[in-house]
Design a protein around this ligand. Structure first.
Ligand code: GAL
Length: 669
C-alpha cells in the first residue's frame, strides 16, 4: 500500500478537454463548474499536438491561457501527460513506436494507445514532451497534481512490436543469466523448444493452435508489467524534478498485465481509478450477479493499492462509443449511488467523466454531466445534491475502510490464472463466491496482497494459489500459528514460480501445517451435489479427494466424483485455524464459513439489512447502499444518527430505489 499524498476533505472534480471547445466557452464553463461544487479539473491527457505541433517545435500559449483563466477564477488543475495519444507526425515518421498485433500488423494512428512502451525513440520523445510540460507549467499555482499517461494497459495490454522482442530478450537475459538456466526454469525441453541463442527468443508469435510455452508466457506477462512500470517511472522521475512541494503524481488504473502495487509504490504519490459501473447495464451485459455492485470489488482492489484513492473518472452519463458499447443513461439516483460507492470504499476525490459530452469523435455517445445542448439537466441537479451531501460528511476523507476479512491475491497467480484455463476458471468462480458471500453477509472485505500486513485480518481466504513459493508458505504458516483463520480452496501450491508442476508439490507440499493431503483430483462438469457440511454447499468445476492427517474431516463429497469421501478439512494450528475446501468457494460456503468463525453480519447488533443493501464502514461513518431499483426494508436495532440530517432512527429503515443512507456509528458501539 502506498500513499504519499492525501486529500484533506472530500473533493469534487471533472474531466475537461479545453481543446474540444471554443475558447470563449472556457470561462463560463469553469465558473459554472465552481458553482456546482467542482473545484478541480483534469486536462491535457490527449493534447500532445497543442504543445508540440511538429517535431521539436514547442508552444505553450494554449495551456498558458487556460491556466491563466483557472487561476483567475480559482480552479485547481490536474495536468495529464499526453503520451497515450502520440501525434500523427510522430508515428508516421517513427512507425517503430507503434504497437502491433501478434502477427506483426502495426496498429496505426487513428484511435489511441497505439504505442509500445519499449521503443527507444518513443521513450525519448515522451521524456522530452513530459520535461517540456513539467518545466513550463509545474510552478503554476493552479496545478495541484499530474496524471501520467492515461489508463496504462487499457484497451490492449499485449505488446508485439519489434522493440518489445528486443526488450523481452534483455529482460530474460537479465533475469536468467544463461540460456541453460532459462531452458531449465521455463521447461523448454517439452516439444523441443530449447533455445540455443538469445536471438531465438521473441514475444509470443502466432503458432499452430495458439499454444505457446506457458512458462514463457508467464514471463511475458511479467515483462509487460515491467515495461509499463518503467515507462511510468521514466515520466515520474522527470515530473518529480519539477513539481511544486505538495503536488502529487498519479495515474488512472487499473488494468491487466500490470503489477499496480509496484506501479504505485515506485512511481506515484496517490493512485486513481476510473469507475464506470454502468458497464453492468450495457447491451449484452449479463443480467444476473452483482451487476453495478460488482464495482465494489474493483474499488476494493484499488483500495489495496492505495487506501485513500481518487476516482479520476466517475460515471455520470450513459456509456457509448459510436463503434460499440450501448448503455442507458444512469437512472435518477444512480450517479449518487455510484459516487457514494466509491467514497464508501475509500475514495476521497471524485472527478466526473466528463463536463460536457464530446461533440466529435468516437465518444460522441459517452455522456458527461452536460449534453451537447449545454443546458442544466437532471445530472447537474444530482451533482448539486451530491455536493451538498459531501459537505456533511467531508471529514470521511482519510478515514480507513474497516474490514476484518480479506481475500489474498498475488500477481503470479493472477497472471497464471489468465493463461491457464483450469486455474482461470476456478479462480474466477471463487473470487465471485468470496465477494458475493461477504456482500450478502454484510461482512466488509479487503483484497490483500503479499506486500501488505496480513496480521490485522481475523480471516483470510486464499482460494487457489496454484503457484506457491517457500516465502509465502512460511508467511501463511506464521499467520495461522499466530491466530489467523485461513481458508484454502482446491489446487493449492502445485506449481512453482514458473508455473511448472514439479514432483512433490501437491499438498501437503510446501504447506504441511494444513494437516491434510490431496489424494486425487478432477475437473468436473456440473456433476450435481456439492460438498456436505452443515448443509450441502456448491462445489463447482473441480473436486479434490482429501485425506485428513492432523486435520479433521468437516465435509464430504456429494456427487459423482469421490462420492461420500473427504472433501473438506479443518485444523487448529497454533492459535489459529486452517480450513481446506477441496473445490471452488461459492457464496453459500463462504457465508457458512463466515458464520462458523463468527464473522458474518459483524454489525448485526446495529442493523438488520436485506441482501440488496451493501454495508461499508469508514471511520465513524456507516454507509448503507441500496442497489435495487425497488424499495427494500431493513431495521435499525439501536438508535442510529443520520450523518447528514442529524435525525435519529430506530426500527424500520426504508431504502428507496438506489438510496444511500449514511449513519454515524461511533455513538452506537
Ligand atoms: C476511460 C478513458 C477516458 C474515456 C472514458 C470513456 O477509459 O480514460 O478517456 O475514454 O473511458 O470511454
Amino acid at each position: 500500500m502506498s500513499q504519499n499524498f492525501r486529500w484533506k476533505k472530500l473533493e469534487i472534480g471533472v474531466c475537461y478537454y479545453p481543446e474540444h471547445w471554443q475558447e470563449s466557452l472556457w470561462e463560463e464553463d469553469l465558473k459554472r463548474m465552481l458553482s456546482h461544487g467542482i473545484g478541480t479539473v483534469r486536462v491535457g491527457e490527449f493534447a500532445w499536438n497543442k504543445t508540440e505541433p511538429e517535431e521539436g517545435v514547442f508552444r505553450y500559449d494554449f495551456f498558458d491561457r487556460f491556466l491563466d483563466l483557472a487561476e483567475k477564477v480559482g480552479m485547481r488543475v490536474i495536468f495529464g501527460t499526453p503520451t497515450a495519444t502520440p501525434p500523427a507526425w510522430l508515428t508516421e515518421k517513427y512507425p517503430e513506436t507503434l504497437n502491433a498485433r501478434m502477427d506483426g500488423t502495426l496498429l496505426r494512428h487513428g484511435a489511441r494507445r497505439h504505442y509500445n512502451y519499449t521503443s527507444p525513440i518513443y521513450r525519448k520523445l515522451c521524456a522530452r514532451i513530459v520535461e517540456k510540460l513539467a518545466s513550463h507549467y509545474a510552478q503554476r499555482p493552479s496545478i495541484v497534481g499530474w496524471q501520467i499517461d492515461n489508463e496504462l494497459n487499457c484497451e490492449l495490454d499485449e505488446f508485439y512490436a519489434e522493440s518489445d522482442s528486443a526488450a523481452f530478450r534483455a529482460y530474460l537475459r537479465e533475469k536468467y543469466g544463461t540460456l541453460d538456466r532459462l531452458n531449465e526454469c521455463l521447461g523448454t525441453m517439452f516439444w523441443n523448444q530449447t533455445y540455443t541463442d538469445w536471438s531465438q527468443l521473441y514475444v509470443p508469435r502466432p503458432t499452430i493452435s495458439g499454444a505457446v510455452n506457458p512458462h514463457l508466457m508467464l514471463e511475458y506477462k511479467k515483462f509487460v508489467s515491467e515495461a509499463a512500470i518503467s515507462f511510468a517511472k521514466m515520466q515520474s522521475d522527470i515530473l518529480r524534478r519539477y513539481i511544486k512541494e505538495g503536488d502529487f503524481i498519479t495515474t488512472n488504473g487499473m488494468f491487466g498485465n500490470l503489477d499496480n502495487h509496484r506501479l504505485a509504490s515506485e512511481c506515484l504519490d496517490v493512485y486513481c481509478y476510473d469507475s464506470y459501473p454502468n458497464f453492468a447495464y450495457m447491451a449484452g451485459a449479463p443480467q444476473e450477479g452483482m451487476r453495478d455492485r460488482a464495482w465494489s470489488k474493483h474499488l476494493s482492489k484499488v483500495r489495496s493499492v492505495c487506501p485513500h484513492f481518487g476516482i479520476m473518472e466517475q460515471q455520470s452519463g450513459a456509456n457509448g462509443w459510436n463503434t460499440g458499447m450501448e448503455a442507458p443513461a444512469p437512472r435518477q439516483g444512480q450517479m449518487t449511488l455510484w459516487t457514494m460507492q466509491s467514497v464508501a470504499h475509500g475514495a476521497d476525490y471524485i472527478s466526473y467523466f466528463r463536463w460536457r459530452t464530446s461533440p466529435m469523435g468516437t465518444e460522441i455517445y459517452w455522456h458527461g454531466l452536460l449534453d451537447y445542448d449545454n443546458r442544466d439537466n437532471r445530472r447537474i441537479a444530482e451533482l448539486d445534491r451530491i455536493a451538498a451531501r459531501f459537505e456533511k460528511i467531508s471529514d470521511v476523507a482519510g478515514e480507513d475502510f474497516a474490514a476484518q476479512v480479506g481475500i489474498l491475491c498475488d500477481y503470479p497467480n493472477l497472471f497464471d490464472a489468465e493463461l491457464d484455463v483450469w486455474h482461470g476458471r476456478i479462480a474466477r468462480l471463487s473470487e465471485e463466491g468470496v465477494f458475493e458471500g461477504t456482500q450478502y453477509a454484510h461482512t466488509p472485505l479487503d483484497f490483500v496482497y503479499p506486500s501488505q500486513d496480513w496480521s490485522r485480518y481475523s480471516l483470510l481466504f486464499y482460494p487457489h494459489p496454484a503457484i506457491m513459493t517457500r516465502e509465502i508458505a512460511d508467511r501463511l504458516e506464521r499467520y495461522v500459528r499466530e491466530g489467523g483463520k485461513l481458508v484454502l480452496g482446491c489446487r493449492v501450491g502445485y506449481k512453482d514460480e514458473y508455473g511448472k508442476c514439479p514432483v512433490g508439490r501437491i499438498l501437503p507440499g510446501l504447506l504441511p501445517f494444513v494437516g491434510a493431503e490431496v489424494r486425487e483430483s478432477t475437473f468436473v462438469n456440473p456433476d450435481g451435489g456439492g460438498i456436505c457440511m452443515k448443509e450441502t454447499y456448491s462445489a463447482e468445476a473441480f473436486r479434490e479427494l482429501l485425506e485428513p492427517k492432523e486435520a479433521k474431516l468437516i465435509g464430504y463429497h456429494d456427487g459423482v466424483a469421490f462420492n461420500r469421501e473427504c472433501a473438506a478439512t479443518e485444523r487448529n494450528y497454533g492459535k489459529g485455524t486452517v480450513v481446506l475446501y477441496g473445490s471452488t468457494l461459492g457464496a453459500d460456503v463462504v457465508r457458512h464459513l463466515l458464520e462458523r468463525h463468527g464473522l458474518s453480519e459483524p454489525y448485526g447488533d446495529v442493523v438488520k439489512l436485506p441482501q440488496e443493501v451493501e454495508l461499508a464502514v469508514r471511520g465513524k461513518y456507516l454507509f448503507l447502499l441500496n442497489y435495487a431499483d425497488y424499495l427494500v426494508c431493513g431495521e435499525a436495532l439501536r438508535p442510529l444518527r443520520n450523518a447528514e440530517t442529524g435525525e435519529r432512527t430506530l426500527g424500520m429503515l426504508r431504502f428507496f430505489p438506489f438510496e444511500v443512507k449514511i449513519f454515524l456509528l461511533e455513538a452506537q458501539r
